[in-house]
Every structure is written in C-alpha cells, then in structure tokens.
Design a protein around this ligand. Structure first.
Ligand code: ZN
Length: 352
C-alpha cells in the first residue's frame, strides 16, 4: 500500500456525468481526460487512485421556486423543488447515459454490470462505472421505461432525489432535523423496489425519508445509502440515525461516506473548517454502528462542496493517510476504500 494511489477507491456516488453532459455533446471526452473544472477526470483519478464507482445520472431542478442558497447556513430548510415530468427526465437521462457510452466507446471507461466487469476494469486500469440514476423521474409508474434503461446498463436506482416522484417522497435538506418527514413509498414505488430486487438493480435510499427507507427494508432489499453520513455526528435530515445504520449492517447493505461539507460538519455549515476531521469522525461512527463490512465511500464528487484536503480525486491519499493516522489497519482501509462496495455487489448481483 503506497497510500497515494493504493488501495484503489471504488466509490458509491459521483455526479461527473451531469457535469460532462452540461458541457455539451462533443466536449465530454476531452474534459474527462483532463480538466481544471469539477472534481473528477482521468488525470487526477490516476494521481489519487480513484478506480471507479457508481456514476449518477441526474436531472437538475428547473424553474423558479427552488432556492439552494440557504443550504449549509443553519438552521435551514430548503423548500423541495417541483416534480419533473417523465418526458423531460427520460430525455436527459438518455443523453447522460449517452455521455457514458461515448466514454466507453473511446476506451476511457468500462460500463460494469457484473463483478467480473469491475475486477477486469480495475485490473486494466480503466475507470469502472456502475450506472446509477439519482431520482427515478425518467421511469413511469408502469415501469415501461425500465427495460430500455436496463439495456443501457442501468444497475442502480434511487427512487427519489429529494423532490417527490410517482414512487415516493424525498427527504428535504433540513438542519437540524431527522429524516422522518413525510410519507414513504407509493404503491408504484413499492412495485419499483420489488422489480429492482428481482433484477438485482441496487436500490439507493440516500435521498429517501425514514418511512421510505423502512419500506425498502420491508420489501427485502438490502439497505444501501450510497452517499449519506451519521446523524449522530451531523444532525441534518440527509444523514442516517443509528437505527438506520444498524439496519444497513443487518440487511447486508452499505453506506458510503459523503464528502459534502454540509453533511460532514457538526454545525451543518457548508464551509471548509473542520470538515475533513469530521469525515473521519463519521467513518469511526458508521463503522462502530453499521459494522466494518458495511461502510465505504460515497464522495459526491462533482455534486457538492468538498473539504480542501479532498478537493478532487487527486487528493484521496489524504483520506487513506487520515484513516491510518486514526489507527485503521491496512485491511480496514482496503475495506473502506473499495472492498466493501465490491463485496456487496458480488453478494447482491451474483450471490457469492
Ligand atoms: Zn445526492
């Protein structure tokens, strides 16, 4: 283990596809190779040992009535953005899946739908991508759009981002608050989760409220929160209570540490001070409560403000060093960096 690039990081959540899509068709390939914008490109990934993870497709909020400017200025309660129509969402998701497929065609990324795909990509030094959608607006209540998206490689679905969908209600961005706000999954949402479970599509609870989280557990899916932190450390609505963290461990699921400063800091602020040390506090706590086999990373790179020590994927060595400084052994560091996510997908996808 050299610490700077090893063990590799396989991460639960990033928004690189959204950023690349926003650049316009034809600009994504160069920007994925090297850029000074955002948090992820291949040049910086090589420096920090970022080997891949879940790449999210996401339809950004539209129109008036959604004010993110109070986010990270506690106490805050960001009003939920309006619902998005399926036809708009499906168009954008198809375009963002197209961005990934262009990268794959250029040999810059590997679309992974099995553990063997992930192993081979990491072995070959190619970015390993599990395709995720954050908020299922692109899918209709009858799931007619699901099969086509599956064929494009979709293997992980968050039924909601924080705005409502036909499938359920999201957890608002509120601090201080727990996540027990509003109703859980709709009947269509329960049918979507059952279908995901049958087809071994990961169900991501990160933006679900507590009732929705419990609904996913009742249907029998392993509880996964790809990018959420510990409510006991930072008591915002997006973070998980100890009860939820325990359920994640008990169902053989996973939680990924979100590096977004407002989800890390105890005071809920978005600024940089103390955020990195808080990240290690969250890891300590989540490992203690969910268990050391059920915690990984879920950076939110290209989707949230980062602590300076983790300014981009080039800086992941600081996190490995931070864990080592806290007394984590090499085995545990490898579990957190990549092994736990990969073992989870092996269990879920291939029952081994
Ligand atoms: Zn998110």
């Amino acid at each position: 283990m050299d610490g700077l690039t090893q063990p590799p990081v396989f991460d639960g959540h990033n928004d690189a596809l959204l950023r690349l899509w926003s650049l316009g068709r034809g600009n994504e390939v160069a920007a994925f190779k090297a850029t000074d914008k955002g948090h992820i490109d291949l040049t910086r990934a090589a420096k920090g040992g970022f080997a891949g993870g879940f790449f999210a497709m996401f339809v950004p909020p539209m129109g008036r009535g959604f004010d993110m400017s109070i986010f990270g200025k506690p106490p805050y309660d960001v009003p939920l953005p309006k619902e998005i129509s399926q036809d708009i969402a499906l168009r954008i998701v198809v375009e963002q899946a197209g961005v990934l497929h262009r990268l794959v065609d250029q040999g810059l990324a590997a679309l992974c739908t099995s553990s063997a795909d992930i192993d081979a990509a990491i072995e070959a030094g190619r970015m390993a991508v599990v395709l995720h959608v954050e908020g299922a607006e692109a899918i209709d209540a009858d799931l007619k759009a699901l099969d086509g998206l599956y064929a494009m490689g979709l293997r992980s679905i968050g039924p909601v981002w924080s705005r409502p969908t036909v499938f359920g209600h999201g957890v608002p961005f509120r601090y201080p608050s727990d996540g027990d706000i509003g109703p859980g999954l709709t009947e269509a949402g329960k049918a979507l989760v059952a279908e995901c479970l049958a087809r071994r599509i990961v169900v991501d609870t990160s933006h679900l409220n507590v009732k929705g989280f419990n609904d996913v557990g009742e249907i029998g899916a392993p509880l996964v929160a790809t990018h959420s932190n510990a409510h006991a450390i930072s008591p915002g609505a997006r973070n998980l209570t100890d009860t939820q963290l325990k359920m994640i461990g008990e169902t053989g699921g996973m939680v990924g540490l979100n590096f977004g400063t407002m989800f890390l800091r105890r005071d809920g602020k978005a600024g940089k001070e103390g955020a990195f040390e808080a990240a290690l506090d969250h890891l300590d706590h989540m490992i203690a409560v969910a268990g050391e086999d059920h915690v990984g990373l879920g950076s939110d790179y290209d989707g949230a403000p980062m602590p300076p020590e983790l300014a981009s994927v080039a800086d992941l060595g600081n996190l490995r060093k931070g864990m080592a400084d806290r007394g984590y052994g090499a085995e545990l560091i490898a579990k957190i960096c990549h092994e736990n996510w990969r073992a989870f997908l092996r269990r879920y996808w291939e029952n081994r």
